[in-house]
Design a protein around this ligand. Structure first.
Ligand code: ACO
Length: 311
């Protein structure tokens, strides 16, 4: 690549200028952004499945309306993110195909099952809480279209987090059975949520370069720690116990120390062997196949309009 162009690009990034779709950028910057943004889009789309599972069984009309809105928001996030990824030159079709063929990743967290209604509370509180922690800094990402998409996404995520926490408040103040159900959901979701932030910094293959390019503003471990620090008092308020015997306030660092994460479980989930990987992929492939007639109809309609105009 032209060294002068690279230097000019790096200078712009250092000066906190936004890089826009038509600006010159190094091929590796384009590639890593396409990877991250498209994986993020796939996560939003696959993320509709675990919660969609409870739409027909929400306990009240109000809960159902809120959950329905949240799942629809996630679909919207997926669409803005595909659009942001497309500005980098790959088509949405190509990106979706990479996901359906198993080549592109989506977040590990969506490969866990939603066994009870309390899981809907725990997902909003913890999964969306972790998502906000990770995505607020992305509003300052050097790539303009991604940064701008993140602003609206974060506002909506914050509503999702509140609706989840409110479910947890209700359950933990409810009957003994309801409180036990809330505790059980926390027990199952806590460790997978910590894995959402990605591998430890030393094993993060893209971390350093993405930080230099101001795509990432905090490392995986920094965001994980921020999340734990913010979430522990919330669990205390609920009267629930975080399932980590080593969780301890560290007066010196002013952070919560936490126990070892089972990175083997993370690797298993990433390689397709989590509890729900096969179901999620099968559901996405079926939805894509079932939607083929809509895509075909849209293409046929566009062709008809074009030939009418030509006539
Ligand atoms: N689930 C699945 N894959 C993951 C996860 C995870 N939780 N964390 C890291 N990985 C993958 C990375 O994608 C990368 O794989 P690849 O090289 O095949 O792309 C590999 O593990 C190594 O990780 P890093 O080098 O640390 O990757 P990166 O610098 O991209 O950091 C992170 C990972 C923090 C997830 C980053 O990509 C990011 O901030 N993405 C945007 C947010 C996002 O995607 N959120 C989705 C969940 S939130 C939601 O949808 C509600």
């Amino acid at each position: 690549e032209d060294a002068a162009k690279v230097a000019a690009f790096e200078k712009r990034v250092a000066a906190e200028e936004k890089i826009e779709a038509n600006d010159w950028m190094p091929a590796a910057y384009r590639k890593t952004l396409t990877r991250q943004i498209s994986q993020h889009a796939h996560s939003e789309i696959v993320g509709m499945l675990p919660e969609g599972n409870w739409l027909t069984r929400a306990p009240t009309l109000r809960r159902k309306a809120a959950l329905l809105a949240k799942v629809q928001d996630e679909c919207g996030h997926g669409l803005y993110l595909y659009a942001a990824a497309e500005t980098l030159g790959s088509s949405r079709e190509e990106l979706v195909d990479q996901m359906l063929s198993g080549k592109a990743k989506y977040s590990s967290i969506f490969n866990y099952p939603t066994l009870t209604w309390a899981d809907i509370g725990a997902i909003g509180w913890l999964v969306d809480g972790a998502a906000i922690m990770n995505q607020i800094p992305l509003c300052r990402c050097s790539y303009g279209p991604y940064a701008r998409a993140m602003i609206r996404v974060c506002k909506e995520e914050s509503f999702h987090q509140r609706q989840g926490y409110e479910i947890m408040v209700t359950l933990s103040r409810g009957s003994v059975e309801q409180k036990a159900m809330a505790q059980n959901a926390l027990d199952r979701w806590w460790w997978p949520c910590l894995m959402m932030f990605g591998p430890p910094d030393q094993q993060s293959s893209h971390g350093d370069q993405s930080t230099r390019w101001k795509i990432k503003r905090f490392s995986n471990d920094e965001l994980r720690q921020k999340f734990i620090d913010a979430t522990v008092p919330q669990a205390q308020y609920l009267g629930l116990k975080i399932p980590d015997a080593d969780l301890k306030w560290n007066e010196q660092t002013q952070h919560w120390d936490y126990g070892a994460i089972d990175w083997q479980e993370f690797k298993d989930v990433l390689s397709g062997n989590g509890p729900c990987n096969r179901d999620r992929m099968a559901a996405r492939r079926k939805a894509h196949d079932d939607g083929a007639w809509v895509r075909d109809a849209a293409v046929a309609y566009a062709q008809k309009q074009r030939s009418r105009r030509a006539a």
